[in-house]
Design a protein around this ligand. Structure first.
Ligand code: PLP
Length: 413
């Protein structure tokens, strides 16, 4: 049993670190999309070679394709403690939120209210704001500009008898504080309000027990959690059953396909179980064999991951704090109880673009901009085009890489 994450072992699971074309590149743009472990790549490759046929037929490759896809659905369900018919796999969280907002449209009457935040990525704002075309009123839960945090008292002030939905991120992709979803959900349910959570910036760093959280709807992008370019949308079964069928007429009642016209990309769905195989591999390496289910095994792995992420964050945040001309966004603590390892900042007298470009020329991958969280940047008083510099780390990043980044920043700032 290991008490620390073995990052050498972790990295050995990702072919990108073994390839001479990419092995020297320090990648810190993980919030834009993570690297993929060999378990996912091998499954995708094998699907494309041996099962790239219409699934669920009665002949060999078609049966295998269907069972590979079903296997992914049950593994992902087990990971999140949800059933196969409580989630759908679509192309992106943006698309899934648009589908959801269309599917619940008929639940709303003129003058009903939806609360969105100004901290979220536009994916969990835009789709809801569009419902104002039908007479729904949008209320904006604004974060405190001094701390960049969403405060529950402000939410209490916004809730009225007409509030039907609260749409809020678990973690912002710029600010990165962990929002207390449990508290928000309890407050919402006490007032007969549904909650739509955006877990996109959260799920590369932890595994949520969606049943325990008791959230009504929750979405995240699988391509930001070590998988292919797909996204998952969960909904409580009894709620999904009340959504409007967006799919073909003859599919009415076939929840969750009713929410997903066109269905998922087959080969990508087929390789999703590669993500859970990867977590199993990490578990086995660190803790040996066990009878725990996938959810609990992954939780244990993510505890080690959190410790490692704190080490990375501490190094970076301490460095940023020593620089008078750097303004870091959000919480200054490296505690994973409070924030995720996505760290955004601006630099006086230096454009964010220049920093990101120079980093790229030094084989360091960071980015600048508003990251589609333009309302968040506006709330922070930052011009969104040049935006912030964002450093987003995950568990395969190393302390050496962070030091390479801070040495680079030290040189150019
Ligand atoms: C917090 C957050 N929510 C939503 C999205 C949108 O995800 P997708 O690209 O799957 O539409 C992103 C993408 O960057 C994000 O960071």
């Amino acid at each position: 049993m290991k008490s620390e994450l073995d990052t050498a072992f972790v990295r050995s699971q990702f072919p990108v670190f073994q390839d001479s074309r990419t092995s020297d590149f320090a990648f810190f743009e993980n919030a834009g999309g993570t690297y993929v472990p060999k378990q996912v790549i091998n499954k995708l490759n094998d699907f494309m070679i041996t099962k790239k046929v219409q699934p669920y037929g009665d002949f060999g490759p078609s049966i295998e394709a269907g069972s590979e896809m079903d296997n992914s659905l049950s593994k992902i369900g087990e990971l999140l403690n949800i059933n196969k018919d409580e989630f759908m796999i679509g192309p992106s969280t943006t698309m899934n939120m648009f589908l959801l907002s269309n599917a619940i449209k008929t639940w709303l009457k003129k003058d009903d209210e939806i609360i969105v935040t100004n901290q979220d990525h536009e994916a969990n704002i835009g789709a809801w704001r569009k419902l104002s075309e039908y007479g729904v009123k949008i209320r904006e839960w604004q974060f405190n500009p001094n701390t960049a945090d969403l405060e529950i008292d402000e939410l209490k002030r916004l809730i009225s008898k007409k509030t039907k939905f609260i749409c809020v991120c678990h973690t912002s992709n710029v600010v990165a504080s962990i929002n207390n979803l449990k508290e928000i959900i309890n407050l919402a349910h006490d007032n007969d309000i549904k909650v739509v959570g955006d877990g996109v910036a959260y799920m590369a760093h932890d595994i949520v027990d969606l049943k325990d959280l008791d959230i009504d709807f929750y979405g995240f992008s699988l391509y930001k959690t070590y998988g292919p370019h797909l996204a998952l949308l969960y909904g409580k079964k009894e709620l999904l059953e009340q959504t409007k069928n967006l799919n073909h007429e003859f599919l009415a009642g076939e929840v969750p396909y009713t929410l997903n016209p066109g269905g998922p990309n087959h080969e990508e769905l087929g390789c999703l179980s590669g993500i859970t195989d990867y977590y199993e591999t990490l578990y086995h390496h660190h803790f040996g064999s066990s009878d725990l289910n996938l959810h609990h095994k992954s939780k244990k792995i993510f505890k080690l991951i959190a410790k490692h992420e704190e080490v990375l964050m501490r190094e970076l945040i301490q460095f940023l704090q020593t620089k008078k001309n750097i303004k870091m966004i959000g919480k200054k603590t490296p505690s994973r109880e409070e924030r995720m390892p996505t760290v955004s900042f601006t630099v006086t007298n230096k454009s964010s673009y220049q920093i990101a470009r120079d980093a790229g020329q030094n084989n360091i991958g960071i980015r600048n901009g508003e990251f589609y969280a333009w309302r968040c940047l506006e709330g922070l008083g930052i011009e969104p085009n040049d935006g912030v510099v964002r450093v987003s780390m995950v568990h395969y990043n190393t302390l050496q890489e962070v030091r390479r980044l801070t040495e680079f920043l030290d040189r150019i700032i």
